[in-house]
Ligand binder design. Structure first.
Ligand SMILES: *[C@@H]1O[C@H](CO)[C@@H](O)[C@H](O)[C@H]1NC(C)=O
Ligand SMILES: *[C@@H]1O[C@H](CO)[C@@H](O)[C@H](O)[C@H]1NC(C)=O
Ligand SMILES: *[C@@H]1O[C@H](CO)[C@@H](O)[C@H](O)[C@H]1NC(C)=O
Length: 246
Protein backbone atom coordinates (compact mmCIF):
# COMPACT_ATOMS: atom_id res chain seq x y z
CA UNK A 1 0.00 0.00 0.00
CA UNK A 2 2.59 2.55 1.10
CA UNK A 3 4.70 1.61 -1.88
CA UNK A 4 2.00 2.93 -4.14
CA UNK A 5 0.98 5.87 -1.99
CA UNK A 6 4.37 7.38 -1.40
CA UNK A 7 5.30 8.14 -5.00
CA UNK A 8 1.80 9.45 -5.58
CA UNK A 9 2.08 11.73 -2.59
CA UNK A 10 5.48 12.94 -3.72
CA UNK A 11 4.01 13.70 -7.11
CA UNK A 12 1.20 15.81 -5.68
CA UNK A 13 3.45 17.70 -3.28
CA UNK A 14 5.83 18.51 -6.11
CA UNK A 15 3.13 19.56 -8.51
CA UNK A 16 1.53 21.90 -6.01
CA UNK A 17 4.61 23.91 -5.13
CA UNK A 18 7.05 23.48 -7.95
CA UNK A 19 6.95 23.79 -11.67
CA UNK A 20 9.22 22.46 -14.34
CA UNK A 21 10.49 24.14 -17.46
CA UNK A 22 12.30 22.35 -20.25
CA UNK A 23 14.45 23.35 -23.13
CA UNK A 24 15.67 21.09 -25.88
CA UNK A 25 19.15 20.95 -27.24
CA UNK A 26 20.61 22.22 -30.49
CA UNK A 27 18.98 22.23 -33.89
CA UNK A 28 17.83 18.71 -34.51
CA UNK A 29 15.31 18.26 -31.73
CA UNK A 30 11.95 18.85 -33.28
CA UNK A 31 9.03 18.08 -30.96
CA UNK A 32 5.51 17.33 -32.18
CA UNK A 33 2.24 18.60 -30.74
CA UNK A 34 1.61 15.11 -29.30
CA UNK A 35 5.05 15.13 -27.67
CA UNK A 36 4.35 18.51 -26.04
CA UNK A 37 1.09 17.10 -24.66
CA UNK A 38 2.95 14.07 -23.32
CA UNK A 39 5.61 16.29 -21.70
CA UNK A 40 2.88 18.36 -20.06
CA UNK A 41 1.42 15.20 -18.58
CA UNK A 42 4.89 14.44 -17.19
CA UNK A 43 4.81 17.73 -15.29
CA UNK A 44 6.37 20.23 -17.67
CA UNK A 45 4.68 23.62 -17.52
CA UNK A 46 7.02 25.97 -19.36
CA UNK A 47 8.78 25.48 -22.65
CA UNK A 48 11.86 27.44 -23.67
CA UNK A 49 12.62 27.42 -27.36
CA UNK A 50 16.15 28.02 -28.60
CA UNK A 51 15.51 30.64 -31.26
CA UNK A 52 18.94 32.02 -32.06
CA UNK A 53 22.13 30.02 -32.52
CA UNK A 54 25.59 31.30 -31.69
CA UNK A 55 26.73 30.88 -35.29
CA UNK A 56 24.32 33.66 -36.22
CA UNK A 57 21.13 32.04 -37.47
CA UNK A 58 17.50 32.00 -36.47
CA UNK A 59 16.86 28.38 -35.54
CA UNK A 60 14.01 26.97 -37.67
CA UNK A 61 13.58 24.04 -35.29
CA UNK A 62 13.06 26.45 -32.42
CA UNK A 63 10.39 28.27 -34.40
CA UNK A 64 8.63 25.02 -35.25
CA UNK A 65 8.78 23.92 -31.61
CA UNK A 66 7.24 27.20 -30.48
CA UNK A 67 4.38 26.72 -32.87
CA UNK A 68 3.86 23.08 -31.87
CA UNK A 69 3.94 23.92 -28.17
CA UNK A 70 1.37 26.66 -28.75
CA UNK A 71 -0.85 24.13 -30.54
CA UNK A 72 -0.69 21.55 -27.75
CA UNK A 73 -4.07 20.67 -26.27
CA UNK A 74 -2.66 21.28 -22.81
CA UNK A 75 -2.25 24.96 -22.17
CA UNK A 76 1.34 25.56 -21.12
CA UNK A 77 1.73 28.17 -18.37
CA UNK A 78 4.50 29.93 -20.14
CA UNK A 79 6.48 29.83 -23.34
CA UNK A 80 9.87 31.53 -23.49
CA UNK A 81 12.64 32.07 -25.97
CA UNK A 82 16.34 31.50 -25.57
CA UNK A 83 19.01 33.33 -27.51
CA UNK A 84 22.52 32.01 -27.78
CA UNK A 85 23.98 35.17 -29.32
CA UNK A 86 26.65 35.31 -31.98
CA UNK A 87 29.11 36.75 -29.48
CA UNK A 88 32.07 39.07 -30.15
CA UNK A 89 34.63 37.71 -32.58
CA UNK A 90 32.45 34.83 -33.80
CA UNK A 91 31.59 34.30 -37.46
CA UNK A 92 27.92 35.19 -37.80
CA UNK A 93 26.23 33.49 -40.76
CA UNK A 94 23.65 36.27 -41.11
CA UNK A 95 26.36 38.96 -40.88
CA UNK A 96 24.65 40.53 -37.87
CA UNK A 97 27.57 41.00 -35.53
CA UNK A 98 26.32 43.71 -33.19
CA UNK A 99 24.20 42.87 -30.17
CA UNK A 100 21.75 45.55 -31.18
CA UNK A 101 21.17 44.12 -34.66
CA UNK A 102 20.73 40.61 -33.27
CA UNK A 103 18.24 41.77 -30.65
CA UNK A 104 16.30 43.73 -33.27
CA UNK A 105 16.14 40.61 -35.44
CA UNK A 106 14.50 38.73 -32.55
CA UNK A 107 12.21 41.64 -31.76
CA UNK A 108 10.99 41.72 -35.37
CA UNK A 109 10.55 37.95 -35.36
CA UNK A 110 8.51 37.97 -32.17
CA UNK A 111 6.23 40.62 -33.62
CA UNK A 112 7.26 43.10 -30.94
CA UNK A 113 5.60 40.85 -28.37
CA UNK A 114 7.32 42.34 -25.37
CA UNK A 115 5.53 39.95 -23.00
CA UNK A 116 7.47 36.90 -24.10
CA UNK A 117 10.17 36.10 -21.54
CA UNK A 118 13.52 36.30 -23.25
CA UNK A 119 16.58 34.44 -22.01
CA UNK A 120 20.12 35.14 -23.14
CA UNK A 121 22.57 32.26 -22.80
CA UNK A 122 26.04 32.94 -21.45
CA UNK A 123 27.78 29.61 -21.77
CA UNK A 124 31.51 29.05 -21.87
CA UNK A 125 31.35 27.17 -25.15
CA UNK A 126 29.55 29.94 -27.05
CA UNK A 127 31.56 32.99 -25.96
CA UNK A 128 35.23 33.93 -26.12
CA UNK A 129 36.68 33.96 -22.63
CA UNK A 130 39.66 36.16 -23.32
CA UNK A 131 37.87 39.43 -23.84
CA UNK A 132 35.50 40.13 -21.00
CA UNK A 133 35.21 43.88 -21.70
CA UNK A 134 33.89 43.21 -25.22
CA UNK A 135 31.62 40.50 -23.83
CA UNK A 136 30.31 42.85 -21.14
CA UNK A 137 29.58 45.63 -23.63
CA UNK A 138 27.88 43.19 -25.97
CA UNK A 139 25.61 41.82 -23.25
CA UNK A 140 24.71 45.28 -21.98
CA UNK A 141 23.83 46.40 -25.49
CA UNK A 142 21.65 43.35 -26.12
CA UNK A 143 19.75 43.74 -22.84
CA UNK A 144 19.34 47.48 -23.37
CA UNK A 145 17.94 46.93 -26.87
CA UNK A 146 15.25 44.63 -25.47
CA UNK A 147 14.50 46.99 -22.60
CA UNK A 148 14.27 49.85 -25.08
CA UNK A 149 11.59 47.88 -26.92
CA UNK A 150 9.79 47.51 -23.58
CA UNK A 151 10.48 43.79 -23.15
CA UNK A 152 9.50 43.17 -19.58
CA UNK A 153 11.32 39.96 -18.68
CA UNK A 154 14.97 39.46 -19.54
CA UNK A 155 16.86 36.55 -18.00
CA UNK A 156 20.45 35.37 -18.24
CA UNK A 157 20.95 31.63 -18.46
CA UNK A 158 24.37 30.92 -17.00
CA UNK A 159 26.41 29.04 -14.42
CA UNK A 160 28.91 30.40 -11.92
CA UNK A 161 31.80 29.06 -13.99
CA UNK A 162 30.52 30.37 -17.32
CA UNK A 163 29.79 33.80 -15.90
CA UNK A 164 33.19 34.06 -14.23
CA UNK A 165 35.10 33.04 -17.32
CA UNK A 166 33.07 34.99 -19.90
CA UNK A 167 32.10 38.15 -18.02
CA UNK A 168 34.27 38.16 -14.92
CA UNK A 169 32.86 37.38 -11.52
CA UNK A 170 32.31 41.00 -10.49
CA UNK A 171 30.47 42.15 -13.61
CA UNK A 172 26.74 42.58 -12.97
CA UNK A 173 23.55 43.08 -14.96
CA UNK A 174 21.45 42.08 -11.97
CA UNK A 175 19.60 45.40 -11.91
CA UNK A 176 18.00 44.66 -15.28
CA UNK A 177 18.05 40.91 -15.83
CA UNK A 178 17.15 37.87 -13.76
CA UNK A 179 19.38 34.87 -13.23
CA UNK A 180 18.36 31.54 -14.74
CA UNK A 181 20.93 29.52 -12.85
CA UNK A 182 22.58 26.49 -14.46
CA UNK A 183 23.88 23.88 -12.03
CA UNK A 184 23.20 20.26 -12.89
CA UNK A 185 23.09 19.05 -9.28
CA UNK A 186 19.71 17.33 -9.63
CA UNK A 187 18.16 19.40 -6.82
CA UNK A 188 14.76 20.82 -7.59
CA UNK A 189 15.22 24.00 -5.60
CA UNK A 190 16.74 27.48 -5.90
CA UNK A 191 19.17 27.21 -3.03
CA UNK A 192 21.23 24.01 -2.74
CA UNK A 193 24.80 24.88 -3.73
CA UNK A 194 23.97 28.44 -4.70
CA UNK A 195 26.46 31.14 -3.82
CA UNK A 196 25.81 34.71 -5.03
CA UNK A 197 27.71 35.84 -8.14
CA UNK A 198 27.36 38.55 -10.76
CA UNK A 199 25.38 40.68 -8.33
CA UNK A 200 22.55 38.13 -8.14
CA UNK A 201 21.56 37.17 -4.62
CA UNK A 202 19.16 34.47 -5.82
CA UNK A 203 18.10 32.84 -9.07
CA UNK A 204 14.57 33.02 -10.45
CA UNK A 205 14.87 29.48 -11.83
CA UNK A 206 17.37 26.65 -11.64
CA UNK A 207 18.39 24.38 -14.53
CA UNK A 208 19.06 21.32 -12.39
CA UNK A 209 19.58 18.66 -15.06
CA UNK A 210 20.83 18.81 -18.60
CA UNK A 211 21.06 16.75 -21.74
CA UNK A 212 18.78 14.10 -20.29
CA UNK A 213 17.25 11.52 -22.62
CA UNK A 214 14.43 9.19 -21.63
CA UNK A 215 12.17 6.82 -23.52
CA UNK A 216 9.14 8.81 -22.42
CA UNK A 217 7.50 11.37 -24.69
CA UNK A 218 10.54 12.31 -26.75
CA UNK A 219 12.96 9.36 -27.15
CA UNK A 220 16.47 10.40 -28.11
CA UNK A 221 15.93 14.13 -27.52
CA UNK A 222 18.30 15.92 -25.14
CA UNK A 223 16.25 17.82 -22.61
CA UNK A 224 17.38 20.39 -20.05
CA UNK A 225 15.19 20.59 -16.94
CA UNK A 226 14.64 23.67 -14.80
CA UNK A 227 12.84 24.26 -11.54
CA UNK A 228 10.92 27.37 -10.59
CA UNK A 229 8.40 28.24 -7.91
CA UNK A 230 4.82 27.87 -9.08
CA UNK A 231 3.41 31.23 -10.10
CA UNK A 232 6.74 32.82 -11.04
CA UNK A 233 5.64 33.06 -14.64
CA UNK A 234 2.05 33.92 -15.27
CA UNK A 235 -0.01 32.83 -18.18
CA UNK A 236 0.08 35.66 -20.60
CA UNK A 237 -2.10 36.25 -23.59
CA UNK A 238 1.11 37.20 -25.28
CA UNK A 239 1.96 33.52 -25.77
CA UNK A 240 -0.89 32.92 -28.18
CA UNK A 241 -0.42 36.25 -29.87
CA UNK A 242 3.19 35.37 -30.54
CA UNK A 243 2.34 31.89 -31.73
CA UNK A 244 -0.10 33.18 -34.30
CA UNK A 245 2.56 35.30 -35.94
CA UNK A 246 4.97 32.56 -36.93
C1 LIG B 1 21.19 22.88 -22.38
O1 LIG B 1 22.10 23.24 -21.42
C2 LIG B 1 23.44 23.39 -21.88
C3 LIG B 1 24.23 23.82 -20.70
O2 LIG B 1 23.63 24.80 -19.97
C4 LIG B 1 23.54 24.44 -22.94
O3 LIG B 1 24.84 24.47 -23.46
C5 LIG B 1 22.58 24.13 -24.00
O4 LIG B 1 22.58 25.20 -24.91
C6 LIG B 1 21.22 23.96 -23.40
N1 LIG B 1 20.29 23.80 -24.43
C7 LIG B 1 19.53 24.81 -24.70
C8 LIG B 1 18.62 24.60 -25.84
O5 LIG B 1 19.53 25.80 -24.03
C1 LIG C 1 27.52 37.86 -45.51
O1 LIG C 1 28.65 38.51 -46.06
C2 LIG C 1 29.37 37.71 -46.99
C3 LIG C 1 30.63 38.46 -47.35
O2 LIG C 1 30.36 39.79 -47.68
C4 LIG C 1 28.46 37.42 -48.17
O3 LIG C 1 29.15 36.60 -49.11
C5 LIG C 1 27.22 36.70 -47.69
O4 LIG C 1 26.30 36.51 -48.77
C6 LIG C 1 26.54 37.48 -46.59
N1 LIG C 1 25.46 36.68 -46.01
C7 LIG C 1 24.24 37.16 -45.80
C8 LIG C 1 23.24 36.21 -45.20
O5 LIG C 1 23.93 38.32 -46.04
C1 LIG D 1 7.81 51.86 -24.48
O1 LIG D 1 6.93 52.36 -23.49
C2 LIG D 1 6.92 53.77 -23.41
C3 LIG D 1 6.09 54.18 -22.22
O2 LIG D 1 4.86 53.52 -22.20
C4 LIG D 1 6.41 54.33 -24.73
O3 LIG D 1 6.41 55.75 -24.68
C5 LIG D 1 7.31 53.86 -25.87
O4 LIG D 1 6.79 54.29 -27.10
C6 LIG D 1 7.42 52.36 -25.87
N1 LIG D 1 8.44 51.97 -26.84
C7 LIG D 1 8.23 51.00 -27.74
C8 LIG D 1 9.36 50.72 -28.65
O5 LIG D 1 7.18 50.37 -27.82
Amino acid sequence: MTRILLPLLAFFVLSCYADIAIDTDDGSAKLSVAQFDCLYEEGDRTYIALLYDSNGVIDPTGLQNLENCGNAHHDYDNIQILINPCSPGNMCSNNLTSAKDQANEIIALTGHNNLIPTLIGVHKNGWPSSNSMANQNFLNEMIDTFLGANYTFIGIQTSYNSWSSVMGNKFSVASKAFLWWVNWNGKQDLTTGFAPFGGWSAPIAHQYAGKVTTDKCAPGVNINYSYYVHGTFQKKNGNKKFMSRI
